[in-house]
Design a protein around this ligand. Structure first.
Ligand code: UTP
Length: 237
């Protein structure tokens, strides 16, 4: 099983998939409860955590509404903006949940993320059209001097070859960026979804970063990853 080398002197950057925060009509309280417990334990260990929130299903409802009035004519940029605002709403929800320990402002622009902040937790959300919060998480990690990002979503592994094309695809414990990027390409599309966004992958590859792909339903497993122990998931490097 893979293991991530975490530098605890730097904040730990976690990108939390919106599909976990808002899987359908509204926020998943049980998931948020388990996330809060996880973060509280990590804080007690003296660690600082950056949480980047994905958008989840909220944007889909808004896109459907826009589609009803403007069929097949929604600009890709507007699809992204609806997504960005969904990520920001989730960011504010987490800022509310972590009020006592979190920096009071939800970060929207990763390039001006404070290097030091009051509290143990920093919350960030979507920035600009053209990528996902995976990219935002990588930008923040780089700015804070950390070379690792945890991608907690509803994907438990990356497959060694494209599972949409090959039936014999197997879950990989680790994978080189070169191989992963040959599957997902370089282009951003708000409707296509990959375990880790192609634009973020290009940035992470260029900056020699490691990204752990892990499912969020098993928080004991996420706790193991955060503690530098063997975990079930994939390391992209
Ligand atoms: P994410 O794709 O990061 O959220 O942002 P998510 O819900 O976790 O997505 P999954 O579960 O990984 O599929 C939602 C949408 O917001 C826009 C994109 O359209 C993205 O698909 N977005 C987000 C941006 O355009 N720019 C950003 O900086 C962040």
């Amino acid at each position: 099983m893979p293991k991530l080398n975490i530098n605890y002197k730097k904040p730990i950057v976690m990108s939390i998939g919106g599909s976990l925060i808002v899987p359908n009509g509204g926020p998943d309280v049980e998931f948020l409860r388990s996330l809060k417990k996880l973060i509280d334990i990590q804080i007690k260990k003296g660690r600082r955590i950056v949480i980047v929130t994905g958008g989840g299903k909220t944007a889909r409802h808004y896109v459907h509404a826009a589609e009803a009035l403007r069929p097949n004519k929604i600009a890709s940029e507007d699809l992204d903006w609806l997504g960005i605002h969904a990520t920001r709403l989730n960011g504010h929800l987490l800022r509310t949940i972590f009020r006592e320990v979190a920096h009071p402002i939800v970060i929207k622009n990763p390039t001006i993320t404070p290097i030091r902040w009051k509290g143990k937790v920093l919350i960030a959300a979507g920035w600009k059209p053209g990528w996902s919060t995976d990219y935002v998480a990588c930008r923040i990690a780089k700015r804070l001097g950390s070379s690792t990002v945890l991608n907690v979503s509803n994907v438990d592994h990356v497959y060694n070859i494209d599972p949409r094309k090959y039936k014999n695809a197997k879950p990989a414990e680790d994978m080189k960026w070169k191989d992963y990027r040959s599957i997902v390409g370089n282009e951003w599309s708000p409707v296509k979804s990959a375990p880790f966004d192609p634009v973020a992958s290009k940035f992470a590859h260029k900056n020699h970063m490691e990204v752990a792909i892990i499912h969020g339903e098993n928080m004991d497993n996420v706790q193991k990853l955060l503690d530098g122990k063997d975990f079930i998931g994939t390391i992209l490097h």
